[in-house]
Design a protein around this ligand. Sequence first.
Ligand code: PAF
Length: 282
Amino acid sequence: MILANTRQELLEQLADWRQHDDRIALVPTMGNLHAGHLSLVELAREHAERVVVSIFVNPTQFSEDEDYADYPRTLERDTRRLKKPAADLIFVPDVDTMYPFGVKDATTVCVPRITDNFCGASRPGHFDGVTSVVARLFALVQPDVAIFGQKDYQQQLVIRHMSQDLNLPVKIITGETFREKDGLAMSSRNQYLSEEDRAKAPALFKVLSAVGTDLQSGRRNFEELEAKSVAKLSDAGFAVDYFSIRRALNLEIPDRDCDELVVLAAVRLGRARLIDNIVITI
Ligand code: PAF
């Protein structure tokens, strides 16, 4: 496994693989890897001969009051974890490598509309930071495929939109959400949960799943289901940011006949902000 910190180290290795016609998959991450990330690496391996995992805590997707400074940076452990399933190359750039003109003068890629609601509304500027860094990673690595997790449902839709709109020659693949045994979606931020909040956290997936069952059984009173779920979560001690049933394709408000729905939620428990979702195909 190769560790590349600079643009040149990365490009030299990629050029070598391309000479051999190897397909390249990219798994962009911010590190602090857990089993969910490793499942994305395994999925990447199914689609390409070479797998690049990027580890970069991207400053432009954090607002000033968020956890950029404290975000767990665990490179040594991440590198060990990436031995199995194996990444061929770990790309660990610094901020200057990713933003050669500096963060303040960086070109921003901004996807409109689909970023207006949900995490886009609660975290202003967040998706501009995500699309800007992902576009930069795509430009550097020029992957044939790139893998993103379903847990960040809105993020993967935004990246699909960007790639399609800019005609980027990369196939976006979404990997399933990986869960703890009690249903909590794996996330690097779960470690912010206190012991007491960790015990409450699985209720989020239970409430999402209950709505999934209602939708599968034909219920279409979306607003009522949302309001009931918000009440359940609030009673269980969550501060609900959003809980919404939307069209899976584009996050628009569904009509009764919509046969692919996503139930999306973001909540706060103490210091931790948890997001999760389930997709329902009828
Ligand atoms: O999902 C993440 O970890 C990040 O938003 C990403 C896609 C690596 C961009 O920094």
